[in-house]
Structure formats: C-alpha cells, structure tokens
Design a protein around this ligand. Structure first.
Ligand code: BES
Ligand code: MN
Ligand code: ZN
Length: 483
C-alpha cells in the first residue's frame, strides 16, 4: 500500500472510496463536514434516523452520495471525542479499510479529522493493517489490497511514522502467520537477514555449533527433538546516542508441540504463533531503524522447534543453562522459559541498561488477563512504569502482575538449582516470570507475556484473525521515550 498526504477537496477525489468519521453525540462533525452541503444534509438525515453508528469502528457504506466524486463513502464511528486516542484511531482506521477491502477498491481517501501526531500515526498503522488478512495461501483472497491511501488532516511526520509502524506490524504479523513448515529457525534467520540488510542493522547468527560452544544448554535441549537446527540471533541498532543499549529479547519457538508433555490437538493447532515474541522484536527493530530513533538497541532472539523424537529432552532431565544454573525439567511444554534463559544471558553480555523480553509464554496469563491484555512482570518499578506509559501513548493494553518473592519458592528443585514449572497451575504466569528473573541478574528488566493478544483466534472488526503485531508500537514508544 502506498500512503500519501491528500490535497485538495476530498469530495472531488476520483477514488474508489472516501472514509470520513463521526463522533458520538455531535450533530455532524469532524471530517464529514468536508463533503459539501448536499452530502452533509444526506448524512444528517441518516444520522437523525439512527442509520449511522458513532460507535468506535462501526462503519456504514454509502453509494452515490450527492456532490461526491468517489464511488462510495464509508462513514466510520469514532466514539466519544473525549476518548479519541491512539487506540480508538487504530481501530477506526482498521475497521474502515477492513470493510472497504471486502471488494476491489484500489484507491481510498481518508479523513478522520485533525489529531495529534501520536494519534495520527496509530491511525495510519491501523489503516495499513485493517486491510491485510491472514489468507497468505488462499488463491482467492478474502481481503483485496488497497493500493493507494491518501490521508487528510495528518502532518507529514505523523504519516511517515505511521507508515514505519504499520509496515513493522505487517512484518510481525506475516512472520507469525506463516505456518511452521515455512517458518522454522533457519527461515526466520533468512527473514532477519533481509531486514538487517534493508535497514542497515548488524546481524550476528549463532548456528548449532556456536550455540554448543557458548554452552546454551537450555535452548539446545528444547531444540534436541527437532529435525530443524536452532539459531540464536543478535541484532544491533547503533542509534546516535553513545550509551548502553536497551535489550529486546524474544521467544522464537517456531512450533510448540509441547514435546513429550505433548499438547492436545486443539492446543497445538495455533502453535505456529509461538515465535510471536521474536517476530515482535524483529518488527520493532525494523521500525526503530526506519525512524532513526536515537537510543541504541540490541535484539536477541532464540529460535527453536519444540518437537518429539528419540532425541527429545525428557522429564527429569537436568540441563545446564549458559549462565551455569542447573534446571530440572518437570514439563517439556514449559519450553519458552528455557529458550529465554539462554537468550537473556546472551543479552546480558551486551551490558544493556534495561531489558524487555516478549514471549507467548503461558496459557495462565490468558486465564488471568483475557485475550486482549498483555501481562507485565518486572524487577524494577521505574522500568515497569516506563512501559506502562509507553503502552498508554501507543494505545495498547498491558497490565502488571505481582512478583512477590514467595512465587519463586515454587520453582525450587530438590536435585538442581531450579525446576522449569511451579507447583500446580495457580499463578503460572508469575512462576514463569520468576524463572526468567533468575537469568537477568540486577539489570532492570520487564517481561511481557503476549500469549493472549499476539494471535487472534477469530477476526476483530479492525483486524483479521491470526498474528496481530501487538506491542510493536509500545516498544517503539518505549525506546523513543528513553532519555
Ligand atoms: N506456548 C505456550 C503458551 C501459550 C498458550 C501460548 C496459549 C499461546 C497460547 C507455552 O510454551 C506453554 O505451553 N506453556 C504451558 C506452561 C505449563 C506447562 C507450565 C502452559 O501455559 O500450559
Ligand atoms: Mn509450551
Ligand atoms: Zn511455547
């Protein structure tokens, strides 16, 4: 999709469709008033008859609107004006392009009214993502590509930033949506290599031999049952400030069968999504480079397949992680924390000022917070607050879970330094985070459990089902906000 700044009267645009917005409780407001008297009168009549919804993302498609050159006009509800923020803008714009993409509409002009740059860039990212679906392998696409999107009432910087964020999310979503027979550790590495060349990032690839030499015993154990060799990637963005980097660490389990603690079919079906943490990190790195953000960032992703074979790791096995800690295995389906144990340890070698890790780590987090909110767990209240603030600006949802010491008692082992699951299921998101905390030392660290929001089982009105690109915008905001 080409995204441009629109110019001239929107009513006179020779495009497939126009998008205008209306707010709750206002007669007729915002961009809809730009359509000319005849159109405004028609919309006012429809509004009075309650034929147009002002609810966020509720869209009404009209044809042959008087005085308007475009073939169709989509009127999208923007909700309460006082609640108009990045989240609402992302949803409205996504709902608009998703609706328009149900048939071939190559060119679209969009005006949801004047906004701040932060909201404007979320709007652009939403529009770019709403019309792209998960049907990568369908010969007949359910959503048709919008080739050109012209935007009114947006500043040039907001538009540019929105395009960078939108493209990063599309990359993340595509990587998550590619099934495990296409997306395995080497394939992810290939994608990362392409991104790093195009974006001018430094990429270091650790193959199996290097992982062995580096004693990444936890990551290698998870990978042992797979015919696909593992990888670990270190990607560096230099930035312009001379300071310690922020480390972004991602779980890249390209398929999680559960291993010998095998998952039932229903639970396994969507486990191509288990590399979403790594995909989010890669998408974010692309955006940071495109936006030329000042702070240096290092990314570390651990890439493995969790499979079953004669060489699989087993229950009762004792692993030695790269840090030297020994881990007793009680469940081979708690594999993400093992991959992250070594990836976090590699990240520490980069002497980062702060760490954030992202992982589709636990079903327990989805039980706790539902499918739309990311779990946030940290060892540092200041760093935690910075993440909360960044998510607020980006319009994404995360919520802190407590990290009291007693949760760590659950991962004590009688035969090794720690074991890889807690006692029973309760508090499972937190015991997983406590396990990770063992591998970050005293560095300020935050863990985002994205098991719920990284992958939609069913479509929303603003985005198709499948990979979502969640937290890309928050991480960019976070890095931009670091002094
Ligand atoms: N990848 C899963 C977590 C997951 C569940 C992600 C649902 C996305 C949606 C993770 O590796 C896992 O299997 N976790 C176990 C941990 C348990 C064995 C302690 C879980 O949540 O059941
Ligand atoms: Mn698992
Ligand atoms: Zn997993």
């Amino acid at each position: 999709m080409k995204v441009l700044t629109g110019s001239g009267s929107i009513a006179k645009q020779d495009v497939s469709a126009l998008v205008v917005g209306i707010f709750e409780g206002e007669q007729l407001s915002g961009s809809a008033t730009q359509l000319g008297t005849a159109a405004v009168e028609m919309l006012q009549r429809l509004l009075a008859r309650e034929e147009l919804s002002t609810k966020v993302g509720k869209a009404s498609l009209l044809h042959e609107v008087p005085g308007v050159t475009a073939r169709s006009v989509l009127v999208v509800g923007c909700g309460e004006r006082s609640e108009w923020d990045a989240a609402a803008a992302f949803r409205c714009a996504g709902a608009a392009t998703k609706r328009l993409a149900t048939s071939a509409r190559p060119s679209v002009a969009l005006d949801l009214g004047e906004t701040t740059d932060g909201v404007g860039s979320a709007l652009v990212a939403g529009a770019m993502n709403g019309c792209v679906g998960q049907d990568l392998f369908r010969s007949e696409k359910s959503l048709h590509a919008i080739e050109q999107l012209s935007c009114w009432s947006l500043s040039e910087p907001a538009l540019k930033r929105g395009v960078c964020l939108g493209e990063a999310m599309l990359l993340t979503r595509k990587l998550v949506n590619l099934p495990a027979n296409y997306m395995y550790p080497e394939a992810f590495t290939q994608q990362a290599a392409e991104v790093s060349v195009a974006s001018g990032l430094e990429l270091e690839v650790w193959d199996e031999l290097r992982l062995r030499r580096e004693r990444c015993g936890a990551l290698l154990a998870v990978s042992a049952g797979s015919a696909r060799p593992p990888r670990l990637l270190v990607m560096r963005y230099a930035g312009s400030k001379k300071q310690a980097p922020i480390a972004l660490v991602g779980k890249g389990v390209t398929f999680d069968s559960g291993g010998l603690s095998i998952k039932p079919s229903e639970g396994m079906l969507t486990m191509k999504c288990d590399m979403a943490g790594a995909a989010t990190v890669l998408g974010t790195m692309q955006a940071l480079a495109a936006l030329q953000v000042a702070s240096p960032v290092v990314a570390v992703v651990g890439l493995v397949e969790n499979m079953i074979s004669g060489s699989s790791y087993k229950l009762g096995d004792i692993l030695t992680a790269r840090s030297g800690k020994t881990i007793e295995i009680h469940n081979t389906d708690a594999e993400g924390r093992l991959v992250l144990a070594d990836a976090l340890n590699v990240a520490l070698d980069e002497r980062p000022s702060h760490i954030v890790d992202l992982a589709t780590l636990t079903g327990a987090c989805v039980v706790a917070l539902g499918t739309d909110i990311c779990g946030l767990m940290s060892n540092d209240t200041a760093w935690q607050s910075q993440l909360e603030a960044a998510a607020g600006r980006a319009g994404e949802l995360l919520w802190p879970l407590p990290m009291h010491d007693h949760f760590a008692e659950q991962i004590q082992s009688k035969v090794a330094d720690i074991k890889n699951v807690g006692e029973g299921r309760w508090g499972g998101a937190i015991t997983a985070a406590k396990f990770l905390q063992e591998f970050v030392g005293t560095t300020p660290w935050a863990h985002l459990d994205i098991a719920g929001p990284a992958f939609y089982d069913s479509a929303k009105n603003f985005m198709d089902a499948g990979g979502t690109g969640v937290m890309v915008r928050t991480l960019v905001e976070l890095v931009e906000g670091v002094k």
